[in-house]
Design a protein around this ligand. Structure first.
Ligand SMILES: [Fe+2]
Ligand SMILES: [Fe+2]
Length: 147
């Protein structure tokens, strides 16, 4: 079952980031399915080892690219702060909640992550640097970061 569907409004002109976003969406769907099949430990492992660590790599990649092409300073700082907030919230708040709680807490944490990521991709990535790169005619040649 697909909890999150990949739609066109999640896409920007930066194919490396589209690939990274798609990987995150796919992994979250996998976690959801594991949870529904009572494979809690595997689901937890995937969340910590894939989603958390890959999100961190992805954020750093985005920040490095925005810096490389001179994305406006103020926007960049805002974007970085929001990235940091998310990583900290997942590590400090959601991970312990998943560790201590049951399936309900796990699902709630996952719902937060899904909602946040989708909103961030649409509003800050696609509408932020996506629009900006498009307007400037900048093509980013990068490949997606390794998993
Ligand atoms: Fe992103
Ligand atoms: Fe971002």
């Amino acid at each position: 079952m697909e909890i999150i569907k990949w739609t066109k409004d999640l896409e920007s002109t930066v194919s490396a980031f589209n690939g990274e976003h798609k990987f995150l969406v796919k992994t979250i769907n996998d976690i959801y399915n594991l949870l529904m099949n009572n494979k809690r430990e595997e689901a937890k492992k995937l969340l910590v080892e894939k989603v958390v660590s890959y999100t961190d790599k992805h954020f750093k990649h985005e920040e490095e690219v925005m810096e490389r092409y001179g994305y406006p300073e103020e926007e960049l700082e805002k974007h970085k702060k929001i990235h940091r907030f998310f990583v900290r919230y997942v590590v400090d708040t959601l991970a312990p909640q998943i560790e201590k709680g049951g399936d309900k807490e796990f699902r709630e944490a996952l719902n937060f992550i899904i909602g946040w990521l989708i909103m961030h991709i649409k509003n800050m990535d696609v509408k932020g640097y996506g629009e900006w790169f498009k307007k400037k005619g900048i093509e980013v040649p990068d490949k997606m970061v390794e998993i």
